[in-house]
Every structure is written in C-alpha cells, then in structure tokens.
Design a protein around this ligand. Structure first.
Ligand code: GAR
Length: 200
C-alpha cells in the first residue's frame, strides 16, 4: 500500500514511521512526504531516507480548497491509499475529507475529545489535569473529531513544563502512530459510526 505523510514541522513522528517502514514493521511504501512549510525539518528527514518530497505554499492558492485539490491530485497520481497527518497544522477542506473518506488519520497530543486544537499539550498543562495522553484518529470535516483508533495516557508530573511533557508525549506518539498505521495497512481496522474496532 502506498501511503503519504503530510507534515509542517520537525517530523519526529515522520521519523518514527520511516524507521518502522524500514524495519518492515509497517508493510507499506511511503510514496510521498508533503509539507506546507518549505523550512520544515521533516523534509530533510524524508530526503535523507530517499523519499520524494513536495512543498506547496498556501500563498499560491486563493482558497483552502484549491490548495487541497492540488494535494489530492498529487496523492492520486501516486496511488496513495492512506494519508497520514503528522504535525500537519492545517485544517483539511470538506473536499479533501470526501476524496479520502476514512483513509486520513491524524495524531493529536492529548486525550480527545479533550484539548482539541493546535496547543494540546499547553492547554492540558494549564488546565491542571493529572493525566493527558495521545490519540490517533480518523479525520472528518470537524477539528480533531473523527473516530478514535488508539489512545495512550501520559501522566502529568509535579513540575512538568511544556518541554518535559512534550518529551513523554512524543515517546507515546512514536509508539502508537506506527502501530495504528500497521493496523490500517493490514486491514485490521473497522469503523462503525463513531466507533473503531480492531481485529486481533
Ligand atoms: C505532534 O506532537 C502532534 O501530536 C502534533 O504536532 C506534533 C508534531 O511533531 N499535532 C497536533 O498538535 C495536531 N493538532 P513532529 O513534527 O515532531 O512529528
């Protein structure tokens, strides 16, 4: 199966996925890494791994949907069957979601439906919760809202800062994102309304 990974930043999740593919843990090919930020370090990681990269600049597109149409065109050209958002900090248009319905997944640094949005770690810390975590979920038309595939908890410790918490959140992300992708690629995920069941 061909997969594409969309990133905007550092790409530590991308790296975990590349490593899992190279080890044979995920039986898929990363056909493309696409970024909306030309300076994203994720692009360097992909280049180093010999993966094709594309950068699209939103300034070149009038509407969000025009930008997404360009992405979808590039994905289809490469027969991409699963779209993996890994720190891609853009909301997808309904057009994109419709074209890849139930075939777009995202990772979020909190236990959804808590702390949606771009600051999941900071928001959990500021709210004073004792436990947060990570969520892998399908993407639908609403922000951080689609059916949940996997979740893991991360305890918040006395004296945690955004940096220390981010480190532990990332450890979990780098474990469960490859796991979720493997499950998808192996056809072990079934969606029934809001619920996801996993075949053993
Ligand atoms: C990850 O922690 C991911 O959960 C978060 O961006 C980070 C990207 O890190 N995504 C969101 O906050 C989406 N709402 P990375 O570029 O090192 O993989």
């Amino acid at each position: 199966m061909n997969i594409a990974i969309l990133c905007s930043g550092n790409g530590t999740n991308l790296q975990a996925i590349i490593d899992s593919v190279n080890k044979g843990y995920i039986p898929a090919k990363i056909a493309l890494v696409l970024s909306d930020e030309k300076k994203a370090f994720a692009l360097e990681r992909a280049n180093k791994a010999g993966i094709e990269t594309i950068t699209l600049d939103k300034k070149d597109y009038k509407e969000r949907e025009d930008f997404d149409r360009e992405i979808v065109k590039r994905l289809k050209k490469r027969n991409v069957e699963l779209v993996v958002l890994a720190g891609f900090m853009r909301l997808l248009s309904p057009y994109f979601v419709k074209e890849y319905r139930d075939r777009i997944i995202n990772i979020h640094p909190a236990l959804l439906p808590s702390f949606k949005g771009p600051h999941g770690i900071k928001d959990a810390l500021e709210r004073g919760v004792k436990v947060t975590g990570v969520t892998v979920h399908f993407v639908d038309e609403n922000l951080d809202n689609g059916p949940i595939i996997l979740q893991k908890t991360v305890e918040i410790k006395e004296g945690d800062t955004e940096e220390t918490l981010l480190e532990r959140v990332h450890e979990e992300e780098h474990r469960i994102y490859p796991e979720a992708i493997k499950l998808f690629v192996e056809g072990k995920i079934r969606i029934d309304g809001r619920k996801v069941s996993i075949k053993s």
